[in-house]
Design a protein around this ligand. Structure first.
Ligand SMILES: [Zn+2]
Length: 101
């Protein structure tokens, strides 16, 4: 496993991840937001491939494409978990428009 845990251990100072305002734990003045991103979990559509030989060669191609990545990098491509803190005003802005569009 890796050590990229959020730095929220002990008495470490907390800051809003957006405006960098200092946050005091226990005062209810910030939101902890956990983001979990998963790549399209739908199984690839193989129905159009009539012969299993085609599928096997496609899978081999996929595996060889992934071969350049470390296991962690390959995992990051399909699953990321982030934890961020936002002060109340940043949270109110963000939750109304989380995709920033
Ligand atoms: Zn803020």
């Amino acid at each position: 496993m890796t050590n990229d845990q959020p730095a929220t251990h002990g008495d470490a100072p907390l800051f809003c991840d957006r405006c960098l305002k200092g946050l005091t734990p226990g005062n209810g003045e910030f939101y902890l937001i956990q983001i979990e991103a998963v790549a399209d979990p739908t199984p690839p559509s193989l129905i159009e491939h009539a012969r299993s030989a085609d599928i096997t060669s496609e899978l081999n191609e996929l595996v060889s494409q992934m071969g350049d990545l470390s296991p962690q990098e390959a995992m990051d491509q399909v699953h990321r978990k982030l934890t961020i803190q936002l002060c109340l005003s940043c949270y109110r802005d963000w939750i109304e428009n989380p995709t920033g569009s």
